[in-house]
Design a protein around this ligand. Structure first.
Ligand code: 8YV
Length: 323
């Protein structure tokens, strides 16, 4: 009798995903849903054939080099892989996969939600009401900005950015983008989206800037004080990508000085810690990394991660291999 491979899942996943894995593998599930510390992750590397981590697990070179490592595939539950040292994995011959398609719609919806919340001052209004400070309807009470007719500037133009563009078009926004590579003509035509030659030019032109680039050293603090200085005083910044892309201190300064009007953030540089200066500002919407937090997306992410594990143990090339 062949022994089933053993898979460790670092956090609790939707029931349908956990039962699928449990039917096919010897699974170590985390029913307590407590994050694993470094020692527990190292033990997982030694005791299992596959690891299914999340963005909250730091998989660095030291962990991949764990003495006696048995793990041969890291099937990440999520699209972003900036928490995994891909070079170390490659040189150690450990396969890494991600879940690029499953969360596109959910994350694009959240980008639109943040744009609307920030432009219509939704958090500010709700805070006022809950504090018992609302004095009733007034013609000039808490006026925001409409999004129709405004320009959305997308930084990065992958799947999530394109889905955000499609939704923004339905709100009557026009779309410009800045990306390393130009999108196919068919996509530009369908979304009525045109490229801008530099990030600085996009910053100067856009009414809403929405970030859709991966995290990691190449994009660290891409949005900094120099970019805020270029943006319109009415502009809004939305970040559903990675906190590291934005210099949070510079953002807090720009918001406090009203150099830009508002921001909507779902991700932070040192999660779950949030830059203290942001917490006191009225003109920033702060959500706790909810981009893919729908039953549909999280289930699809788990299924996609499981498909990659299946591919590997069936001797096929994992469909979403990134290293
Ligand atoms: C996920 C995300 O919830 O997939 C990503 O890159 O940022 C999130 O939407 C998280 O990564 C789960 O590991």
């Amino acid at each position: 009798m062949t022994v089933q491979p053993s898979v460790l899942v670092t956090r609790r996943l939707p029931e349908a995903v956990e039962s699928r894995l449990a039917r096919q593998y010897r699974t170590a599930l985390n029913s307590a849903d407590e994050p694993l510390d470094g020692a527990a992750l190292a033990a997982a590397m030694r005791d299992h054939d596959a690891l299914m981590p999340t963005t909250a697990d730091r998989i660095d070179g030291g962990l991949i080099a764990t003495e006696g490592r048995r793990v041969r595939i890291i099937a990440n539950f999520g699209a972003g892989t900036d928490h995994i040292d891909l070079d170390a994995a490659k040189s150690a011959g450990v396969i890494v996969t991600n879940t690029p398609d499953a969360l596109t719609e959910a994350t694009a919806e959240l980008a639109i939600l943040l744009m609307l919340m920030a432009s219509r001052r939704a958090s500010e209004g709700e805070r006022e009401l809950r504090a018992g400070a609302w004095k009733g309807w007034g013609p000039t009470h808490m006026l925001g900005q409409g999004l129709g007719g405004r320009t959305l500037g997308l930084v990065g133009f992958g799947r999530i950015a394109q889905s955000t563009a499609a939704k923004a078009r339905c709100l009557g926004m026009s779309v410009r983008y800045f990306s390393r590579s130009r999108a196919p003509h068919e996509i530009e035509t369908r979304l009525q989206a045109s490229p801008v030659h530099s990030l600085q030019a996009l910053a100067a032109e856009a009414d809403v800037i929405s970030l859709h680039v991966p995290g990691g050293p190449a994009t660290r603090h891409l949005i900094d004080g120099r970019i805020f200085a270029r943006m319109k005083p009415t502009a809004i910044l939305v970040n559903t990508a990675r906190g590291s892309v934005v210099d949070e201190t510079a953002l807090a300064d720009a918001l406090a000085a009203r150099q830009i009007a508002a921001a909507g953030l779902d991700v932070y540089d040192r999660e779950p810690e949030v830059e203290p200066a942001l917490l006191t500002l009225p003109n920033v919407v702060l959500l706790p990394h909810l981009g893919s937090a729908t039953v549909e997306a999280r289930t699809a992410m788990g299924m996609q991660a499981s498909d990659n594990v299946d591919d590997y143990f069936a001797g096929r090339e994992p469909r979403n291999r990134v290293a």
